[in-house]
Ligand binder design. Structure first.
Ligand SMILES: NC(=O)c1ccc[n+]([C@@H]2O[C@H](COP(=O)([O-])OP(=O)(O)OC[C@H]3O[C@@H](n4cnc5c(N)ncnc54)[C@H](OP(=O)(O)O)[C@@H]3O)[C@@H](O)[C@H]2O)c1
Length: 272
């Protein structure tokens, strides 16, 4: 029997490439995104118009998969974006929306697939965090907080569902070629109030995000998603590169060094 993978955020970037890769590897893929017309077309991919911030949409997505295939082997919680901007100026509504998409959608979808995975006595939930689930930059408060929350939640979930043959795992991509930074930069500008005192910082972060080393492609990350979904003994964390792994190690084990680095960065930006 073919295995079934549900992938969110499949209209672009890593989710798009993951849908193609899982289909190539013989999975039946149910791929969701709001821009359903951008989801890759393939005999093994069923595209579903999904808005992960809506409970009814998540319910319909999982229901659709179960009606078509009657089982769910893998859920990849990949849909996400960066609600960047000065913490003082990001509206409460936008802060909540960031958590809805990056965190509560994963919680909602996991609750919807778990009864089926428990009956099957197997299943894998792959949660796409970021190296920014540990590290951080100014103007990324809600993004980093949502990814840190996703990691803590995934770790707790794993302790609860392992007894049923189900695992919840984390992938932490670093800078990767996709639409992510463009969307994050647009959000910085949209969240900025007129005559904002944070304009210099915004320019500095713009330069930083614009110059991030994007050596990884979305295709590379799709391979990492596949490994996280299929390793017989899943790892604690999945990374694409050694530098991503090192970045997380330093930020996790040396928070003062991380803070020092960020303070130096802010100082240099404000001096200009
Ligand atoms: N690229 C990076 O440098 C990087 C680094 C670390 C972590 N990440 C994480 O990796 C994941 C994938 O991002 P990416 O780089 O591939 O970015 P991307 O190219 O912007 O793709 C994001 C995907 O998420 C979907 N999405 C956003 N909001 C959604 C919603 N409300 N409902 C359903 N789908 C939604 C988008 O589809 P629609 O707009 O069509 O709905 C799109 O398919 C994200 O969780 C991101 O935070 C990215």
């Amino acid at each position: 029997m073919k295995k079934v993978a549900l992938i969110t955020g499949a209209s672009n970037g890593m989710g798009f490439e993951a849908a193609k890769l899982f289909a190539e590897k013989g999975y039946s893929v149910v791929a969701g995104a709001r821009r359903v017309e951008k989801i890759p077309v393939d005999n093994n991919i069923l595209a579903f118009k999904l808005d992960v911030s809506e409970v009814a949409s998540n319910e319909a997505f999982v229901q659709f998969a179960l009606q078509k295939f009657g089982r769910i082997d893998v859920l990849i919680n990949n849909a996400g974006y960066g609600e960047f901007g000065p913490t003082e100026e990001i509206s409460y509504a936008n802060a909540l929306y960031q958590f809805k998409v990056n965190y509560f959608a994963a919680v909602n979808l996991a609750q919807l697939v778990l009864p089926t995975m428990r009956k099957q006595k197997s299943g894998r939930i792959v949660n796409i965090s970021s190296t920014g689930g540990n590290g951080y930059v100014p103007l990324g408060a809600h993004y980093h907080a949502s990814k840190a929350a996703l990691q803590q939640w995934s770790d707790v979930l794993d302790t609860e569902v392992k007894q049923f043959g189900i695992r919840s795992v984390i992938v932490q991509p670093g800078g990767t070629q996709s639409a992510w930074s463009e969307i994050a930069m647009k959000n910085v500008k949209d969240n900025l109030k007129p005559d904002s005192p944070y304009e210099k910082l915004v320019d500095g972060i713009g330069n930083l995000l614009g110059n991030i080393n994007l050596s990884a492609t979305s295709k590379d990350l799709a391979e990492v998603f596949y490994q996280a979904a299929t390793d017989a003994r899943p790892k604690f964390r999945y990374y694409y590169s050694l530098s991503d792994r090192m970045m997380v190690w330093v930020t996790r084990n040396h928070p003062r060094i991380t803070r020092f680095g960020m303070n130096q960065f802010v100082k240099s930006v404000l001096k200009k």
